[in-house]
Ligand binder design. Structure first.
Ligand code: FAD
Length: 529
């Protein structure tokens, strides 16, 4: 995309357009529709409005094969001509382009569109529903209501996919939002029906709206009783159904950096697991991989590197909540690092300790990877990076539960001790360089706002969700375990709420959930050797 639209960056889930790309994108037979905001980076109102536009882009991120959200900065010299050609003289100006628009099409102007996310989202749905036949995006699913005549032939029939029907009041947009939210998913078709359709409502015995009704592939059908009848709950439930998968996109802007890091033995049998548990096998595999594989690429450790390594060993040795034998190996390593204040140490010495070559304690770290909660559906997915996140979340929660555990270490009294250790490790040793750079950017931006151990737990949760959202649908996203806001409503219904039609988190509940999920009591020893 041309231009360096200053209110928006490449990290926002929207398209930055300019003189070189606007026409080529929106009006050269595009298969999707476009909603473009022409703005000026010096216009105060545009600056204020940018957070709403970004929130909208996040909210409808998964609709982008159907409708794209874009921006053009008319204050940029390069874009003067194109803004003039499109007749833009006030900022912000909103233009809608149907699919397959011609180069002569300057879009439809919409006034008063600079309101809240919900209003804008509904406006988008109205556009999608009211376009001419030609303007219809290629992949737009039917948004019109279903009736009894459409439903009857499906009832009791086996099918290759699920069919979900959202039954709602005629003024409600939830059904269409869920249809669009699932538009990139296979194994499911979503339809809507109206509360005023008495024959259908009576047939399904629905009395509250909105409601979701599900036809299973095996021919049975059920009324879904979710914790809250909100878009996010419907969407998340349907995406989580077995066999429902996100279609992989060829998104080269977010390549799979993780392939080599996700060691996986394809001959391993599949290990059934419960996603509400944390598995010691994943944590021990993380430590094995970290110490024996990742660190092995460094022949000697000295200076800053050594300092960072010491910090990460400190937080693991002191806070690791798993098997005592593993903690002891880490304690031995830490003692040795602290007792020998060398300028630099050879990697081999670390390895000897981890393998207990000196027979200090007759304890050594298991020397294999055995992924359980971090298993991927195929090699190259999940594995090590998944286990690293898990390890560090666990450590932030342990530290919050017992800050005294870091007493009389070099990290004593720092509420962000675990995060700083993680930052050091990820930036210096983590094999995925690009990941390290992204993580460093996030840390540089806001880590200094962490003032308590509680803040640290929430900070890591929130940044991890930011990464999930950036990677959803990319090549490193395992289609069987698609990235989505975590914890899902299935794991923690009370963590979710809606404000003015937009999903928000109940952070108090999230904190309580994280403390339970990553607490020592939720660690499972299953599958340990
Ligand atoms: P992961 O995202 O690895 O999550 C592991 C487990 O943690 C999940 O299964 C879930 O149980 C739990 N979880 C999920 N979200 C949260 C949350 N918000 N809070 C608490 N727990 C949660 N890959 C790239 O392609 N590009 C990158 O820039 C990139 N940056 C990374 C930065 C770091 C610091 C790390 C550790 C990894 C990074 N990765 C990156 C890898 C990527 O984030 C995933 O780890 C990898 O794709 C495997 O994903 P996964 O589905 O196993 O779940």
């Amino acid at each position: 995309a041309a231009g360096t639209a200053r209110l928006y960056t490449e990290d926002d889930p929207l398209v930055l357009l300019g003189s070189g790309s606007l026409k080529r994108s929106v009006s050269s037979n595009s298969s999707s529709a476009w909603l473009v905001q022409f703005y000026s980076s010096w216009c105060g109102h545009c600056i204020q409005f940018s957070s709403t536009w970004k929130a909208l882009a996040h909210d409808v991120q998964d609709w982008d094969t159907i409708i794209h959200i874009a921006v053009v900065d008319c204050a940029q010299d390069d874009n003067f001509d194109i803004c003039k050609e499109y007749g833009v003289s006030f900022y912000p100006t909103f233009r809608y382009f149907g699919a397959h628009a011609s180069p002569a099409d300057l879009g439809k102007t919409y006034r008063g569109a600079d309101r809240g996310v919900q209003t804008l989202r509904e406006l988008m749905i109205n556009f999608l529903q009211n376009h001419t036949r030609l303007g219809k995006p290629d992949h737009c699913p039917p948004l019109e209501p279903f009736n009894l005549g459409d439903l009857l032939p499906l009832l009791g029939q086996k099918s290759a996919h699920y069919t979900a029907i959202i039954i709602e009041h005629p003024t409600s947009y939830v059904g269409r939002e869920v249809i669009l939210d699932l538009s990139k998913y296979t194994g499911i078709v979503v339809r809507r029906a109206l509360s005023t359709d008495t024959p259908l409502v009576d047939k399904l015995k629905i009395t509250a709206f909105p409601s979701a009704y599900l036809l299973h592939p095996n021919g049975t059908h059920t009324h879904l009783h979710l914790y809250m009848q909100l878009r996010f709950f419907f969407t998340s439930f349907l995406r989580g159904l077995q066999g429902v998968q996100r279609r992989q996109t060829e998104d080269h802007s977010a390549p799979n950096h993780m392939g080599a890091l996700s060691e996986h033995h394809s001959t391993d049998p599949w290990r059934e697991f419960d996603s509400s548990k944390v598995y010691m096998a994943d944590l021990e595999s993380a430590l094995h991989y970290l110490l024996r594989v990742e660190l092995a690429t460094h022949n000697t450790l000295g200076g800053e590197e050594l300092k960072k390594f010491k910090s990460v060993v400190t937080v693991i040795a002191k806070l690791y909540p798993g098997r005592a034998s593993v903690q002891k190996v880490m304690e031995n390593l830490l003692d040795w690092l602290v007792r020998l204040p060398l300028e630099s140490i050879p990697y081999q010495a670390i390895l000897d300790l981890v393998d207990d070559k000196m027979r200090i304690s007759s304890l050594s770290l298991g020397a294999e990877v055995r992924w359980v909660g971090c298993q991927g559906s195929r090699p190259g997915l999940r594995g090590y990076p998944c286990s690293l996140w898990t390890l560090f979340h666990m450590l932030t929660v342990q530290y919050d539960a017992s800050p005294k555990l870091l007493a009389s270490t070099a990290l004593e009294g720092d509420p962000a001790a675990v995060l700083n250790a993680m930052r050091g490790y990820i930036g210096t040793f983590f094999g995925c360089e690009q990941c390290g750079r992204h993580f460093e950017e996030m840390a540089a931006q806001s880590l200094d706002q962490v003032k308590t151990t509680e803040d640290a737990v929430i900070w890591l949760w929130s940044k991890h969700n930011q990464v999930n959202s950036r990677l959803a649908g990319s090549l490193s996203d395992d289609p069987v375990f698609p990235k989505s806001p975590w914890p899902s409503p299935a794991l923690c219904p009370a963590c979710h709420q809606e404000k003015e039609g937009v999903h928000t988190w109940n952070e108090e509940q999230v904190l309580a959930f994280l403390r339970q999920h990553y607490g020592a009591g939720n660690l499972s020893p299953r599958y340990l050797p």
